[in-house]
Design a protein around this ligand. Structure first.
Ligand code: P6P
Length: 353
């Protein structure tokens, strides 16, 4: 037996990083050694958010047993009914991050204005923006949902923080990630040198590296869009989807498949795993709104992750990460995923103009 154990250990050490079952902490320490862009405060931030996601996963998994389903009887800044789990998740993330000294402030889909770290705690240089539980309409019907987060640096070192400090284009993100509460609980993270995935080991309570160097195939045969909105789309989007639907007989000369989970986290995770294109475009139902999804804590983090995995993310006209935000909760049209498909749709918008 002893011989076998020694052999097993040496085999493990010989494995490439992607096969090593290392913890999130070890991954972050090794990334810092290799790339030097995960200072202590950022590593603490990521570990604290990852721990908060574990707590959210436990609350989500209780379902009807935990009195966490249904609505909270309140509305968020978007005028949407808040689910109990929306409120719980938001509070978990605030409590987890306030004391650490790594943050100057937080912004959440569930809060009208920014949350400044109270004076009783030291303030740090990072800003955390998040959607604590995206896909709320799926909570009560037991379909995957998730937490999405984005990390910016506070520019300027004057004490205190204001909403303007948060209004930075997505290309300035220091890190971004999401946690998908699905058949597995998986944390997906980028700090600017590729994308890694960690699966929650419920027996030990640790995040274990299960995939690094995530890559989105440049081509795909799978699109994700809410087809019920077809009559409201702009012509370039309608043209693109019509061509996909024409399949082999049409100009694309291949058949397409469709998926729509109505949880951005689940749709993006599928695209990171096997390719695809996700579209939530502008439509004429509310012509003054550029789109349904929020720029700062949905589109920007997902665009950073998708680009780091070799994909592309635009609003139909420009790179999402280049969009200059005007308001904290502003919305944006989102087209992201396999590079060649996103380039095609973006090209159709350019032709239309
Ligand atoms: P629809 C969830 O509410 C969300 O913000 C995204 O996660 C998802 O992609 C989209 O809205 C679903 O919207 O209009 O299809 O219900």
């Amino acid at each position: 037996t002893a011989t076998t154990e020694i052999y097993t250990l040496s085999l493990h050490d010989a494995l490439p990083i992607r096969m090593k079952r290392i913890s999130l902490t070890q991954y972050l320490v090794e990334q810092q050694r290799e790339h030097g862009h995960i200072p202590g405060q950022l590593r603490l931030l990521i570990e604290v958010v990852a721990r908060a996601c574990k707590r959210i996963a436990i609350a989500v998994n209780k379902g009807a047993l935990g009195d966490v389903l249904g609505s909270a009887g309140s509305e968020n800044v978007q005028g949407e009914v808040q689910k109990k789990l929306d409120v719980i998740s938001n509070e978990v993330l605030i409590e987890a991050n306030e004391w650490g000294g790594h943050l100057a402030g937080m912004a959440s889909e569930e809060m009208d204005s920014i949350h400044v770290v109270p004076n009783r705690y030291p303030q740090g240089e990072y800003l955390l923006l998040y959607d604590p539980l995206d896909g709320s309409s799926n909570i009560d019907v037991n379909v995957s949902i998730g937490t999405i987060f984005s990390v910016l640096r506070k520019v300027g070192h004057a004490r205190g923080v204001s909403e303007e400090d948060f209004l930075q284009p997505g290309k300035h993100q220091a890190a971004a990630g999401y946690c998908v509460y699905g058949p597995q609980t998986t944390l997906v993270l980028t700090v600017g040198s590729g994308v890694a995935m960690f699966t929650l080991d419920r027996e030990t309570g640790s995040w274990v590296l299960t995939q690094d160097e995530v890559h989105i195939p440049e081509d795909t045969k799978e699109f994700a869009i809410n087809m019920s909105n077809m009559r409201h789309w702009a012509p370039p989007v309608k043209r693109y989807i019509d061509e996909c639907l024409q399949g082999k007989e049409g100009p694309r000369a291949k058949d397409f498949n469709m998926r729509w989970v109505a949880s951005m986290v689940a749709d993006v995770h599928r695209i990171l795993t096997r390719g695809g294109i996700f579209l939530y475009p502008w439509d004429k139902r509310e012509p003054d709104k550029p789109g349904k999804l929020r720029l700062m804590y949905e589109a920007n983090p997902m665009a950073f992750i998708v680009e780091q995995a070799g994909g592309m993310a635009t609003n139909g006209r420009q790179r999402i990460l280049d969009v200059a935000p005007g308001k904290l909760h502003e919305r944006v049209s989102v087209i992201l995923g396999s590079k060649n498909e996103v380039a095609r749709v973006t090209g159709y918008h350019a032709e239309a103009e």
